[in-house]
Design a protein around this ligand. Sequence first.
Ligand code: ADP
Length: 942
Amino acid sequence: MSRKKVKELPQGAIETEALPELPADDEPQYPTVLQGVKNNMAKFDNCVLLTRVGNFYEMYFEQAEEFGPLLSLKVGYRQTKMGPVAMAGFPFFQLDRFLKTLVQDLQKYVAICDEFLISVSDKVKSGGLKHDRWVTRVVTPGTLIDEKFLDPYENNFLLSVHPESSSNSERPLPSHNDVQTDSTTDTEQIVGLAWLDLSTGDFFTQTVARSSLSSALTRIAPREIVLPADIVEDIKDEVQQIVGHDHRLLTLHQSEDDFTTMLEWNGMLEGPVDPNADEIFKLAEKQAGHQLLDYVKLRLQGLQLRLQPPRRKELHEILSIDRSSLRGLEILETARDGLGRGSLFHAVKRTVTKSGSRLLRDRLTSPSASLPEINERLDLVSMFFESEELTESVIFRLRRTYDVQRIVQKFALNKGDADDMLSLATAISETVSTRDLLQSSVSTDESPLRRLLLRFDLEGPVELQTSIFSAIDEEGLQQKHRLEEDEAASVAALAHDVVLQSAPEELDSLPKAVRSRSKSEEPNKDDIVLEEPWIMRRNASDILLRLHQDLDDLEGEKLALAERLRTELSAPTLTLKSTPGLGYICHIRSATGFNRAKLESLHARMVSSSKSTRSFYLSDWTRLGRRIDQAILNIRDEEKRIFASLRQGVILNLVKLRRNAAVMDELDVASAFATLAREQSWIRPTVNTGTEHKIIGGRHPMVKLGLEEQGRSFVSNNLVLDHEERIWLVTGPNMGGKSTFLRQNALLTILAQTGSYVPATHAEIGLVDQIFSRIGAADDLFRDQSTFMVEMLETAAILKHATPRSFVIMDEVGRGTTPEDGTAVGYASLHHLYHINKCRTLFATHFHALTDMTGDWKQLACYCTDVLESDDGSFAFVHRLKKGINRQSHALKVAKLAGLPPAALKVAEDILQHISSERSNLQRNATQNQENNQTSSIAAAG
Ligand code: ADP
């Protein structure tokens, strides 16, 4: 794991000479490139090193041997004075593909060492230019910027976790023990979190209680987690378990210096932090932020960062969903296969943009706990719900925008190309058109749109859009892409044969401007000269126009010169060429009958001749050729300058562009919810400040879809939790729909506080602060612990943290142990929830004794599902809940459905008969005097 300090590492452009561990002169050495590789491998010792050599990225030495086969690359050997050196490589344009395998699939850190052509003063020796290489970036799962395999629909978060430490003296050092345990302190330890997405520039912080850490990790779902190297073992173990389970990466990192003030972060932000930030943010989250930025600096090797100023996620503003609910309720992925399909996110996603879909994800995992915010979101959905036409028009525009958040971030990190620039301009113009459309449809001041519209800030961006459109030549750009594809194809073909036989240095590329004039070292047989098209319009600047006119004039001169030579030499096939290998040559293709005497009088210097062709130098063409190449270089330079000024324009408008894009994302989510509601007949919930739930005709959003796919219908159910009935104790047969009922109500609550319509005919929901569930996801984070231990851990967390504003669902607590123990634990949980937590609770159980034991609890009500049997022995589940208790589990019916052998079923039936007759004898004696007013609803014994 990395413990290197930033200062120890070369930043940005370092000379190879500056690298350490260069052997003394008299030691035998590897050839330059390999020696450089050796040095980098020592320096970035926890990384796979990819070194660009010509058109290839190469791995060498033991890394070639280890990773070559994993990447399906042939491993070759290069002979050196020091013995054979293993090497394996791939063409440069496949970098993304191999990075994906290395970083995403194999979870490796990858150091990319790029190649640069630099001018050197020692012109005689090297011809003025030489290759140099240095590591430009270390790519890890959490530090992706614009890699093609970056999932566009998800944020790529890197999370830093930092327990509040006493080093900054806000908290006294524990005197006898450096690890504080829960039992020794009343106040729980605080853990600081800071997370960012390099691809969007999003940067958040939060502090959570130690016990909520795992929920936070699940909610944020980071790709990579950074912990301080000296983290206490218990936090490390817990994070490690979650990370291992979710296949994320954990990195230990020691910051170079201690945190001092947030003002120090300003250099890495697009705008300064709030001047009072140091008072607003808590120490632990500042420490986490400090560690995060320190780590990112190290990974980006000096690349200038421009993040959004950190935003605090206030815990009291979000509906917190614990880890087991996030997983068990299948909000983002299904518990069984971990796939998106079948999840709540998948079922409700109607967003049409990538960033809108990221916002939806974020909202579903951290719904709001603020009433005004929820209502504002719902108002917007209602507005779209009421006008299908408006919804369609907005969606039409949204579809034509691009992922502005990621595009602008590329520019902020000094990346991004002309295509990104055009996409950005298109997105801006669609944003303007959306704003105009909405403005014209807003009639009253109370419209929910008013405030949203005020957030658009388009003046600067529109100016930028105009300059982008008037500078970049779309057609030229398309032509350029076609050429690049051809080039890639030819390198790929080349790669096949050449990669193993020749030293890659031999494939060194020349400067593009020169190379592009001609593709081959030899005069082109077919006389096609490939010109790289310009990407800027001729009139993008006055200078550019003048430079193009200069070039036109020179091309005119060239035509005239060629024409003159053809006549003078009587050589109609004469062409003037410029090639990287040979320079400026005149070429005659069919050299029969041309004027040799004249050629001699021109003092031509022959390059090559065959029976039918002649190539020679002529000073007139050499001089003119040089001027043409210079003019081309001048144009390229001016194009670069114009591009740089457009980039500068993006940087200047960064904040506005991001803000506008955020408004568009909100419109995407709101119009998507409206579309969903119309399509599925969902209704607007009323969220209020009470602590009651009243849901009429509620449906489970995913189970319903699943049943409909099979042509079955879903039975809706009501739920009324109020001061008379705060806890519903649900019994009923296996497969009767208890679990579905519990989950659907938790999901409806989440949807409502996300700001969505809900699947019901009527819904009033008192604002919930936390949702907890004990429902047993298919597998769990504490893999090495028994089912019962997991149950108890989850139950403990609920009983410790649920408040009167919380919503709790508990499914079959005590299942993993004996019926007696299970009943005892179930009773204790109910007791605690009823008397201490006082929260809204749905509790499903097979332990029917619980219904008797809680019979006199006023605010607890019993409900049940049932089985309907017909005379012919067939049966059907009654999924509609009714008041009462169902003491029948009908487990054997399910066993029969599942295909248990008839002989085994018979034995089970006999035993069941025996046990229940014994039990009813016992019960009859014990309860003789007890009145049982629920007898009417008890299902008859089977
Ligand atoms: P339980 O928890 O009582 O064992 P589940 O909630 O797991 O039962 O439901 C079992 C199956 O019954 C579900 O997978 C679904 O196919 C069906 N089901 C559940 N609730 C309903 C309902 N309200 N309407 C129709 N089918 C339902």
